[in-house]
Design a protein around this ligand. Structure first.
Ligand code: TYM
Length: 330
């Protein structure tokens, strides 16, 4: 029987934050137990907006170290760098012929990012086709991601279905897996803005590598709402609801547990406990990260092993795509 196939990707641009932990890292570590997992550092996605060439390699190694530090087991899961496996760029060209221009133009992330950039690259527009290739090349069943990737995953499913209906059953149509809580962690200073590597107030973004004092300060100054009751109500109380979700993400407790534990207590106590819980979560991760990160040769070795496995897995799908589309093969 074929094992369940899991695939996800993360960009090597900017510093990883607790939102990435919620939608990304923790879900990767959990899903690797369920089957055959592939986790890809998507460096080709990082060049779709203005990027710093000097930082790309460092960022790639940073994310590799963070993936292992947060629990990815290299003996169990495959971790690799997107640009090391050329099938991804090839498949992107093939799939761009079954991706609708209109649908790509309706992608929220494209609309948001293109509104901010002075130069809008063609790559920013076709970005979701590259993401679809990542996923589809591995005959993926499930894709653990945060809510912000939902629209891209739906597009991936549409692309797979269109390919299959034109050229015969070739691609597996994947399902997204989203966290029950913390699918969209918001900036602590601006609860209407998603926590992000590149946008929103820095003081409202909790980084995976922030020292404890910084985390405590960021939580202390987090924006809360009127009243003083720790209750989950994203419409009325976006600030405190975000902190409640963060608490569930780092402790594994349910929203109800958290609400009842803080019944009758105020925002102040709660915020300082959320800070303590985040510090406790990150305390073992940070030294593991630093140890791995100081040995780039070992990281490159692990990534080379991963790339080899990824090439072997993706190549047959790419060949089937070419064949289905009628190409004369060498
Ligand atoms: P990226 O690098 O922006 O984020 C990596 C993962 O973190 C999740 N995430 C969040 N989850 C909750 N709250 C937040 N504030 C938050 N911010 C980020 C993201 O949803 C993601 O799961 N396009 C993707 C990378 C990608 C990919 C793929 C993912 C490329 N190819 C194939 C899955 C499968 C991205 O930019 O993620």
């Amino acid at each position: 029987m074929r094992l369940m196939r899991i695939f996800s990707g993360i960009q090597p641009s900017g510093d990883a934050h607790i939102g990435n932990y919620s939608g990304g890292f923790r879900q990767y570590a959990a899903t690797q137990e369920q089957g055959e997992a592939f986790f890809c550092i998507v460096d080709l996605h990082a060049i779709t907006i203005d990027h710093d060439p000097a930082a790309l390699q460092e960022g790639t190694l940073d994310i590799a170290a963070m993936l292992f530090a947060t629990g990815i087991d290299p003996d169990r899961a495959t971790v690799f760098v997107q640009s090391h496996v050329t099938a991804h760029t090839e498949a992107t060209w093939l799939l761009s012929s079954v991706a609708s221009h209109g649908q790509l133009g309706r992608m929220t992330q494209f609309k948001e990012k293109s509104a901010e950039e002075s130069f809008i690259s063609a790559a920013l527009f076709t970005y979701p086709v590259l993401m679809a290739s990542d996923i589809l090349l591995y005959r993926t069943d499930i894709v653990p991601i945060g809510d912000d990737q939902r629209q891209h995953l739906e597009l991936t499913r549409d692309i797979a279905q269109r390919f299959n209906s034109r050229y015969g059953e070739t691609l597996v149509v994947p399902k997204g897996v989203y966290p029950e809580t913390g699918g969209r962690v918001m900036n602590l200073q601006e609860p209407a803005v998603k926590m992000s590597k590149s946008r929103g107030a820095e003081s409202g973004t909790v980084l995976m590598l922030d020292p404890p004092e910084t985390i405590r300060k960021k939580l202390k100054t987090a924006v809360t709402d009127s009243g003083n009751e720790v209750r989950h109500d994203p419409e009325e109380k976006p600030g405190i609801s975000n902190l409640i979700e963060l608490m569930t993400v780092v402790t594994g407790d349910s929203i109800k547990d958290v609400e009842s534990r803080y019944d009758g207590k105020g925002y102040g106590d709660f915020k300082s406990d959320v800070a303590d819980a985040i510090v406790e979560l990150l305390t073992p991760i940070q030294p593991r990260y630093h140890e791995l990160r100081q040995d780039p040769a070992e990281l490159f070795r692990l990534l080379a092993v991963g790339a080899e496995k990824a090439r072997a897995e993706s190549e047959p799908t790419l060949t089937k795509m070419y064949e289905g589309m009628g190409f004369a093969r060498p």
